[in-house]
Ligand binder design. Structure first.
Ligand SMILES: O=C(O)CCC(=O)C(=O)O
Length: 252
């Protein structure tokens, strides 16, 4: 099955996103989609993440990245069928396919929670170097598992920076500084924000007393390496439980 056939089987059509939504994604570099996860799905996912954090302890996140001041988990495709929507939801896939011109596979599925009093990251893109206009290699999606508010470490983005041909260091003395054009991604739990991750973005400081939880479902063009090699990271049982179309999205 080709990627184009897999996307069709999973319900991705030209109409999954309106013209306005596609224009917003092209122009700003990100697009919030509200109500992708239900309250029940969020509750079940958060419960699973809590259990994994306890079970993995100091090793949590190690497969990809550990970051002081955060809880991180990686290789989540292998850790519960609850995460299936993160790589099969038609509206999300339509957004990713729009940015990557239909040429996509999952790069990684990770959890990140900014802990109270922590979580500030440098402004960064997930791709280094300039790309030809309109040619993008990676596209991320942030799955809000808590409301993202003005104070709890919501992700910041610089609208339009995916087309700037520049890196944040060229505009900021320090990449942890506030950028004059940056916006906080605010929204209710269950929202998914698709973002062309050539767009400058980063976590902000969580000023509250509760973790700010999210999933990052990250995609890349099929000719680029995956952050998590799905073929070597998934168990035979996980792969056997997936539809053919889902396997094509993962490239397993
Ligand atoms: O979780 C966030 O707010 C953004 C995280 C991020 O951009 C990263 O870990 O590279």
């Amino acid at each position: 099955m080709t990627i184009s056939e897999a996307l069709t089987v999973l319900g991705v059509t030209e109409d999954c996103l309106s013209t306005e939504e596609k224009n917003q994604l092209d122009h700003d570099g990100y697009l919030p989609l509200q109500g992708v996860l239900s309250f029940e799905q969020i509750t079940a996912i958060n419960a699973r993440l809590s259990k994994l954090l306890v079970a993995e302890g100091e090793n949590a996140g190690k497969e990809v990245h550990q970051e002081a001041g955060t809880n991180r988990l990686s290789n989540l495709v292998d850790k519960s069928p609850l995460f299936l929507p993160c790589f099969t939801h038609p509206r999300v896939l339509a957004g990713i396919a729009h940015v990557l011109q239909g040429d996509l596979r999952l790069s990684s599925l990770n959890h990140r929670a900014a802990l109270p009093g922590q979580g500030l990251q440098s402004l960064h893109a997930d791709w280094s170097g300039a790309t030809p206009p309109g040619q993008f290699f990676v596209c991320n999606s942030i799955w809000l598992l808590d409301d993202f508010t003005l104070t709890n470490g919501a992700t910041r983005v610089v609208p339009g920076s995916h087309n700037s041909g520049k890196a944040p260091q060229e505009e900021l003395a320090s990449p942890t500084d506030t950028h004059p054009q940056e916006q906080l991604i605010l929204g209710s739990a269950g929202t998914v924000v698709i973002f062309n991750s050539h767009t400058w973005h980063g976590g902000t400081l969580n000023h509250t007393d509760k973790p700010r939880r999210a999933l990052h479902s990250y995609f890349t063009r099929r000719d680029q390496p995956q952050q998590t090699n799905q073929r070597t990271s998934l168990s035979p049982e996980t792969i056997a439980g997936l539809s053919e179309a889902a396997r094509v999205i993962l490239d397993v």
